[in-house]
Ligand binder design. Structure first.
Ligand code: PL4
Length: 416
């Protein structure tokens, strides 16, 4: 007799998780920071690691959130489950928001969600496991890790996974890759980029859109940081590129534009015009609708009131002030690090600065050095992919006094 009534047959785990080569990046940073704090009680740690907003929500948004709560207190305005795809008023507002940039969408191409991370993680589930995935290298780790879990890769080989096409982004190409030389099927692009802070130009995106249309590939475009683009010539949405609706899904977020990192709200655009080798127009949109209606119960009704206020004309003006505040942080960090002799990229149309380590030190060694000597938490570049080795990322999200303290501490205490 085996271990169960039916022999040795027992529940089994998804073995793809075993392929994940290391812990998820951000908890690893938190673990090392905690260990430092425990070893050095009383030392003030200055956190410029995780891209986490710090400034309070604006009056328009706060009023709308209160309004959302008050609606629930009255039987005449109470609502329970809403549409899984989102409040139709918010979906329409998102359509109008794109229309201002000359992009025409239909309401049923907009899917409101609880954030860009879940959408960028879940989107792979509507595509076959035999798709070849290409990512920018370095990239937000969710794209690779979720495709590992989804079974689209082989095992880890050092800092890469078999089967993933890594599109190197380095100084030689201005941190934006050329289109792949081979056939790939799913292409993850993020602009403004996490972690390099590079922003793709219209021409660069056109190269990828042309590639995707020619090869029936799908681009998954993460524009979570669109609101940090101040240069009017740079695209905030991939749909500003003609033809992108035939090949691109766009994932977006209220986290960084509105301070909703803890509140949780985002959206994805899945155009009906997308075609793949085996999906005619409408099918990819229908699949995402099926996925969301089966596995998601809609974003919070209170929070969606906040989203409506955030995209209103007054809300956009208020939020711009917070974006300007974080971008002033970015300027302070950039100037301070440059004065210390660092080579610094990003931080002009993006809230991240991408900085070369000194003396050829590895990213994690340099992370430990800055933490130990200057008590500043950064993010090691290698956590974003092999091309991130030798760099570290500095986040411009933070209270001004902490940012100034961190830059001062690096200037005074870091031995380089
Ligand atoms: C730490 C390119 C931050 N625990 O808040 P969301 O879900 O709407 O958006 C998350 C997101 C999506 N796309 C990109 C991002 O950079 C992020 C947030 N990234 C960072 O420091 O890189 C927060 C990370 C969080 C996480 O794992 O996402």
């Amino acid at each position: 007799m085996g271990a169960t009534l039916f022999g040795d047959w027992m529940a089994r785990i998804n073995k793809n998780y075993d392929k994940l080569s290391a812990g998820y990046l951000f908890p690893e940073i938190a673990k090392r920071t905690k260990a430092f704090v425990e070893k050095n009680p009383g030392v003030e740690v200055l956190r410029l690691g995780i891209g986490n907003t710090t400034e309070p929500l604006t009056p328009a948004v706060i009023n709308a959130l209160h309004f959302g709560v008050d609606k629930l207190a009255d039987v005449r305005t109470y609502t329970g489950y809403g549409d899984e795809q989102g409040d139709s008023r918010l979906r329409k507002m998102i359509v109008d928001f794109y229309a201002k940039r000359g992009v025409s969408l239909e309401v049923d191409e907009v899917f409101v969600s609880d954030g860009a991370k879940p959408d960028s993680a879940n989107i792979q589930s509507i595509f076959g496991t035999d798709n070849i995935v290409a990512v920018q290298d370095p990239a937000y780790p969710v794209y690779v890790d979720t495709n590992v879990i989804g079974g689209r890769t082989g095992t880890a080989n050092g800092s890469t996974y078999e089967g993933i096409v890594y599109m190197r982004c380095d100084e030689s190409n201005g941190f934006f890759p050329d289109v792949p030389k081979q056939k790939v099927d799913l292409i993850y692009l993020c602009s403004p980029n996490n972690p390099t802070g590079a922003v793709a130009t219209k021409d660069q995106l056109k190269g990828f859109v042309d590639y995707a249309r020619a090869n029936k590939a799908v681009i998954i475009f993460d524009s979570a940081y669109y609101s940090f683009i101040s240069d009017p010539s740079l695209p905030r949405s991939i749909y500003e590129i003609p033809g992108a609706k035939e090949c691109a899904i766009e994932i977006n977020s209220f986290s960084k534009s509105t301070g909703f990192t803890g509140v949780r709200l985002g959206w994805s655009i899945v155009p009906k015009a997308i075609v793949t080798e085996d999906a005619p127009t409408g099918r990819v949109n229908a699949l995402w609708n099926r996925r969301q209606t089966t596995m998601f119960n809609g974003a919070s009704n209170i929070v969606q009131e906040g989203g409506l206020a955030a995209l209103s004309p007054g809300g956009l003006i208020e939020n711009q002030k917070i974006i300007d505040y974080y971008m002033e942080n970015a300027r302070i960090i950039r100037d301070g690090l440059k004065a210390k002799g660092f080579t610094v990229y990003g931080g002009t149309n993006a809230p991240y600065l991408w900085v070369k380590t000194k003396n050829g030190m590895s990213s994690w060694d340099f992370f430990d050095k800055i933490l130990n000597e200057a008590h500043v938490v950064t993010t090691p570049g290698s956590g974003f992919g092999p091309a991130g080795e030798g760099y570290f990322r500095v986040s411009a999200f933070g209270h001004r006094e902490n940012v100034v303290k961190a830059v001062d501490s690096i200037r005074v205490n870091l031995k380089v």
